[in-house]
Design a protein around this ligand. Sequence first.
Ligand SMILES: [Fe+2]
Length: 682
Amino acid sequence: MPPPLDRRDFLKAAGLIAATPLLDACGDSGLAEAPTLPPPLPVPGPAPAPSPAPMVDPVFPAPGQEPPSFDFPLVLALPFAHGVASGDPLSDRVIVWTRITEITPSAQSIPVAWQVSTSPTMTPVVKAGSQSTSAARDWTVKVDVTGLMPATTYYYRFTALGQQSITGRTRTAPAATVDNIRFAVVACSSYWSSTWSGYDHIADRNDLDLVLHCGDYIYDFIDEDEFVRSRKNSRDLGFVDNRDWLDIAELRRRYALFRSDAALMRAHQQHPWFIVWDNHDIDTGYGNELPTPQDGMQSTTTLAQTTQVFWEWTPSRPPLADGSGRFLLVDDGSYPTPPDSQLLYRRLPYGPLAEFFGVDTQIGLPGYGLTLDASHLPANTPSLYGRPQFEWFTGSMVAAEQAGVRWKIVNNQTWFAPADTPDVIAGFPSVPKLNISRWSSYSGERTALCQALRGSNPASLRVRGAVFVSGDSHGNFGSDVIETTQLLSSYVPGAVARSTRNGSTATNTGAGSVRVTTGNTPVVNNRALSVGVEFAPSSLGRGGADELVSRAMIDGSTTPAMPGTSSQEASVMATRGVEAAVINGNKNVQFIEWVDHGYGIVDLKPERAIFEYWWQDKLTVDSPDVLGMQMVSFAADNPTAVPMPRYRDQLDYVLTHGMTVAATTGTRMSEPAPLTEMVLPR
Ligand SMILES: [Fe+2]
């Protein structure tokens, strides 16, 4: 079977991307202008009859033919307008997801059949069943498909109302030793702030076991400087798709909008995901983040509702209500309704090579009104995890170490290792010294976590191979994990240099600062305090601190520079200064770049982990994938390695160890799920 076209190839073949939409700063639609065509040659004879208007199916309209008032742009035909998704794989089961969308619901309950196959042709079918959906779960369908083989690629699809969904591809977790696990990392993906080329590049890959999303999978509101694209009425911050949701219906509509993006739909179609929430996903109060023109409007949305809708719209398997972190395992094909929708933390074992931990550092913040048990910490020390999650996390990390699991991957919302912003920012009154990560307000618990990994746990066992994969701060960040930047002689880092690599745009040259020596010798491991590494590959588009800081350093304004302007060049230059100040002021930081946006790739092998920062110009549709930086962490000490000693639980630039910056390439050639020709650019 010939390889299916990827989205770009298909669109080029169809002549649909002659024009590229850029910044939708003042238009009312996010659509490209029609390309200008040359005048037709004169044709002798009678004029051709005008082509008839396309027939619109009133029940299942084709893409582009949805009613004007419809909730989201129709990229796939109804009723499977949001495609398919899968997630939370275990070695014998995986969640598969779809949603039934009709112009007007045709029944109170709609039966949906599902099939699973080992072939993209869906022959033979190895598992099948059915489930009914209704308005109570926003017409979503979630099936925990059981009885699968480990480390195996499967394909799946759904049928309802006489129609068939697109086919999805997924993959189960390994149960035994494998040579390689590779996954993508995404965070902070605002529909309005990026064209999401990164999602397209993720979808095009055939070598991923999993896609991690670290939170802010959806956004509650649009910033005034985030007008990259919009559903419509992009300048109207009161429009229902541009403002914070006021009730559960508007929240569900927001998921429907985000998930109508063709690139995101393809990324879900081709890979299983492991998603955690952050503040923008579960926001309950209107205007609680930044001032907006609609301050004062009241939201009726509750935390129970925002967390419920997360479980409705993500292909995630809910944990039990007892706080054990164990999954609710539904074996009969029925919908896995969360016993407690506010519980998020859970883990995915991937055999001896890796285990994934999804944590929650959001819901315990004071604004949500929950009182977390902090009795595991000294008196009056605030907790971000709460005791049950803290004990689950540290206990599970120790158990994984005892079981010989090499890499422990933490799907984590916010930068964990210290990265205090430099005092230089304090000189600009419009931008106070930024509190980059919420962990700076929970340093007591961060210390307790580091100490637990270092051996202060019931098993007195040092946990090795901890990898915090983080989002939230919208900057590219790589670090050793220590609890404080104030460590002096006991922690000695390497030398800092400006990166020689460039970003995704012409203005982003010498992108970031990186340490080019290890700070270690064959005799002395000067970074032995590190209990792991942290990898934060920026945001999939959303700006924030980076743009505010750089702009404020230029003229004190809080308005970010417009792309393509000389101010933007000055902004990049100013950001270079911030990056240098952060890495020089924080001994644990190994790499920082605060201009570009995209996603990350982590490539795990028994002897080492590779971390790649992939960038795309967020203003350009189909922006090329640029490998901005590649870092490495080793699984064993080798003090006599040349050109530099190698010690585990430390993050280093690959060139420091004489390795070339070679992009990961495909290692698993399972066929992609076929791309339907119904997918249109919108
Ligand atoms: Fe974010």
